[in-house]
Design a protein around this ligand. Structure first.
Ligand SMILES: [Fe+2]
Length: 331
């Protein structure tokens, strides 16, 4: 497939984008808030009024498209749906386009939820084929998002992380790494989140990061289930995974704050983006200091220098670090 290059426009790496929701359209148009970009679910653009609002917002902000109806894991793929997506891409020129490693379409009907795939060669084949069909019609590379998991299939032959990486490598697409999904899956019995993130970043395929909120439900059996609801602020434990991810990544990656249910005021979403921005800046600063400091030390092996390196590495691993702490480490 010969994919056209995306429009030269890029998404800011230094400040997260946020979900674009109808509740906030008027306020965004009236106040032009300081947001670097917005994510749109193209499924919502079937409403003419929504499309008209989004086209006006598009004049001032870059967009990404995140499809919840693509159903890349369906054995019978809804190829007709790609025509609608292509039309919306032409109209709004999103910088990125992503879909889920999941399915919610069968026999002409959509299910209002993202359902899991078994992680085996048969479903990998289906997924890769559907990604390639999508990229061929849309004439662009897409991203696939790691799911939030609640069950595991007995006939899995891959871990979730390996399954997603394999699908991306075989189809030539990129990966949208959702850190909240990794955390939710881990709490429901999934993989070690740091190992998962490390492997994903090492693959060199991650092109976007999602951060969102989750809820915790207690079942009648007293068992606890973590649900990927996108209805709350990003949890502290997920911000910690973001720190970890940034500490690993040499290439900066656009970040999005997701919020889809129990929508708060726009100010709350903007405040979440500010937290992400602060963490990003602190981590960039620490990376520069760490690099410079190690370069200055060169081959020196004395105890004081070693202690400073340890100190920098410790600072590097915590988002609670303030920039003033970084300077103190060098004075
Ligand atoms: Fe996500």
């Amino acid at each position: 497939m010969a994919c056209k290059k995306n429009k030269a426009e890029t998404l800011s790496l230094a400040a997260p984008g946020i979900s674009l929701k109808s509740l906030h359209y008027e306020q965004i148009l009236d106040t032009k808030p300081n947001v670097s970009w917005f994510e749109v679910h193209p499924e919502n653009l079937k409403s003419g009024m929504t499309l008209s609002y989004v086209e006006r917002i598009r004049q001032d902000y870059p967009l990404s498209f995140h499809s919840v109806g693509l159903s890349l894991g369906s054995a019978v793929f809804n190829e007709a749906y790609l025509d609608f997506l292509k039309e919306m891409i032409v109209r709004l020129s999103p910088v990125l386009f992503s879909g889920h490693v999941a399915w919610n379409y069968a026999e002409g009907a959509y299910i209002d939820d993202l359902l899991p795939l078994p992680y085996n060669d048969e479903s990998l084949c289906v997924l890769v084929d559907n990604i390639q069909k999508t990229q061929d019609v849309l004439q662009r590379h897409i991203l696939i998002e790691n799911p939030s998991s609640y069950v595991g299939f007995e006939n899995n032959s891959y871990t979730e992380c390996d399954f997603v990486i394999n699908a991306a490598k075989k189809s030539g697409c990129g990966i949208l790494l959702d850190l909240n999904n990794i955390y939710v899956s881990h709490k429901n019995g999934g993989e070690n989140p740091k190992e998962y993130i490390k492997k994903m970043i090492k693959s060199g395929l991650v092109r976007e990061i999602h951060l969102g909120g989750h809820d915790i439900f207690k079942l009648p059996s007293e068992e606890v289930v973590f649900l990927d609801t996108h209805s709350t602020r990003v949890a502290s434990s997920v911000w910690d995974l973001f720190d970890y991810c940034l500490s690993l990544s040499r290439v900066s990656i656009p970040v999005l704050i997701e919020w889809d249910q129990n929508l708060p005021s726009l100010d709350v979403l903007l405040a979440e983006a500010e937290i992400g921005k602060h963490i990003w800046h602190v981590m960039q600063h620490l990376k520069q200091l760490q690099h410079r400091f190690k370069k200055i030390l060169g081959g020196q092996k004395d105890e004081a220098c070693s202690a400073q390196v340890v100190n920098v590495d410790r600072l590097f691993c915590t988002r609670k670090t303030k920039q003033s702490d970084c300077y103190q480490a060098f004075t």
